[in-house]
Design a protein around this ligand. Structure first.
Ligand code: GLN
Length: 447
């Protein structure tokens, strides 16, 4: 680089030495774009109907927005909250979980408020994993894409056990149920070593929509108990099940003691940008989780904690959760019908707001000379399928292989995840665009 400096009256040009800055840690320098940003960009490039990232394309209900507005104008709501959380929110979370878990939850010791469920998860991992100890964490695949880096940041090693579609299901030609995805208990047992510390359980599950049954949870709980493991239960979709009951593993015998349950106001009220979540569990588990949280973000934002507290107070009596669930069920059924009309089978979800569509028939018809950008090609077959789908049909989804380790990616190569937390108009616009897909599927498969 040439620098022009003035010395006295004479101007002279000198060459500055090459600046060698410290290198970023490989964990961050080697990482490409996250899948959400990448697919939002691909979607925007063709003005696609965005059914990719799981954010709501409609505003929150009036009482929820009003709760935030009221909280924001309150003069006392503009300074730091206590690290554990605002007392009003701790109280409301305790009330909700006392009911859900069937036990009295102490708001002063058994709840902590976080900057979204993501940060609650990072705090638990940070609290219970030690750098340099090779502590292992069992993740069931597909595993939400934040789990792996969060475990690694906390010094742990992820160990993957894939959920597998039951024998006898032909997912490429017929709709299957999210319940057809099963955890092989022998595979789970085989993945456990003396270094295993934690099992992460996500129910209702993103992206499958599986709602683990009490029997399945009992088997997982027995393994956790036998090997003295902590259970981190990511239950951010606890309020969204369709014809099935959500069971918290913390309600099973002897499970409360070893479980931290994580929840999210963003999911509960359709306000994913508020970044308010929580962890609930026995004081012995919440204390270190809170200590980690205090060092990660210190405290989460005050006014929206108050907004969520007020929304929870109102939602306990105004029927909101029932109405919301019915709305999601209608959207789910509409999206399933749209793909049924086209002839692509799906995994009918029992919970959460995602639909896995089996697009093997599309993958088989991608022209062999189709031009993919490098950032897609290097991420494998499933990214190519989703990229092709977005570009050609103008409706975006997420490649679920992003939720897999390399060893198991092939299990999801044929799937595209679509989110149905979207407006009716959005879903109808998608239906209209996908008419061209019908025609495309009549064409011959590539050799
Ligand atoms: N949980 C949402 C999803 O799965 C959003 C994830 C994110 O943007 N990090 O779509």
């Amino acid at each position: 680089m040439a620098l022009s400096t003035k010395v006295g009256n004479t101007s002279q040009t000198e060459t500055a030495p090459e600046v060698r800055l410290p290198q970023a840690s490989p964990m961050y320098s080697a990482t490409g774009l996250d899948v959400w940003t990448m697919m939002n960009q691909v979607a925007a490039s063709v003005g696609a109907v965005n059914l990719g990232q799981g954010f709501m394309s409609y505003p929150p209900k009036d009482f929820i927005r009003q709760a935030a507005q009221d909280a924001l104008v309150e003069n006392t709501h503009n300074q730091y909250a206590p690290p554990r959380g605002r007392p009003g929110l701790l109280e409301q979370v305790a009330v909700r979980f006392s009911e859900r878990l069937g036990r009295d939850i102490d708001s002063g010791s058994e709840v902590s408020v976080h900057a979204g469920a993501n940060e609650a998860l990072l705090s638990v991992f940070t609290a219970f994993l030690e750098h340099g100890q090779d502590h292992e964490v069992i993740l069931m695949e597909p595993a939400f894409d934040q789990y792996t880096p969060n475990v690694a940041m906390a010094g742990g090693i992820p160990v993957y056990v894939p959920l597998r579609v039951r024998d006898g299901c032909d997912a490429a030609t017929h709709d299957i149920s999210s319940d057809d995805w099963r955890l092989d208990m022998a595979e789970l047992e085989a993945a456990i070593t003396p270094k295993t510390r934690i099992i992460v359980l996500n129910t209702p599950h993103n992206p499958i929509g599986k709602v683990f049954t009490r029997d399945e949870l009992a088997l997982i709980g027995a393994v956790a108990e036998c090997h003295n493991l902590l259970i981190v239960a990511d239950e951010v979709y606890e309020h969204l099940t369709f014809g099935r009951n959500h069971v918290s593993i913390a309600t099973l015998p002897r499970m409360w003691e070893r479980t931290v349950t994580v929840g999210s106001a963003g999911k509960l009220f359709g306000v994913t940008g508020w970044r308010v979540g929580w962890a609930v569990g026995p004081a012995a588990l919440i204390r270190p989780t809170l200590a980690a949280h205090t060092r990660i973000v210190f405290t989460s934002n005050t006014p929206l904690q108050e907004g969520v507290a007020s929304a929870l107070r109102q939602a306990a009596h105004n029927g909101f959760f029932t109405i919301q669930c019915e709305e999601y069920l209608r959207r789910r059924n509409r999206l399933i019908a749209i793909f049924a009309d086209i002839g692509l089978p799906c995994v009918v979800p029992d919970g959460a707001y995602y639909l896995l569509v089996n697009a093997s028939a599309v993958r088989a018809r991608i022209p062999t000379d189709y031009a993919f950008p490098d950032f897609i090609t290097e991420r494998g077959a499933n990214f190519k399928l989703v990229y092709f789908f977005i570009k050609e049909f103008g409706v975006s989804g997420i490649p679920p292989t992003e939720f897999y380790s390399d060893a198991h990616k092939d299990l999801a190569n044929d799937y595209i995840r679509f989110a149905f937390c979207k407006t009716e108009e959005g879903l109808e616009a998608a239906a209209e665009r996908l008419q061209t897909l019908k025609q495309f599927l009549r064409g011959p498969a590539q050799a």
